[in-house]
Design a protein. Sequence first.
Length: 124
Amino acid sequence: MKKAIVLLVILCGLGIYFMIDPESVSFMPRCVFHWCTGLDCPACGTQRAMHQLLHGHLREAFAYNPFLLISLPYLGGLILCRWFNNKGWFDGLKRVCYHPVMVNIYLILLVAWWIGRNIWLHNG
């Protein structure tokens, strides 16, 4: 029952991002880090990217947040492993996704993206 509720919430969230363009409305949540510092966090642009992605506009989604699109296979693997944790269906994927080297690589790339996008944005 709990998984059904989580799935329903996820589908509703995706439906909202499909129907509402976050760039054209003022009521969607804004990034507090960006508001306070003027810098982009690693997730800045994710709402707009998701809207574009759900409409099949990969180029536009990539322009808003390239790291999101690059991360989707890994994040999808984590979600599958978590969702079907006790089934044993994704044990091989779980070993890869949760391997300390893989987690560290992802975290290093995330931090590099966070720093790099702000250097490029403010110096480019």
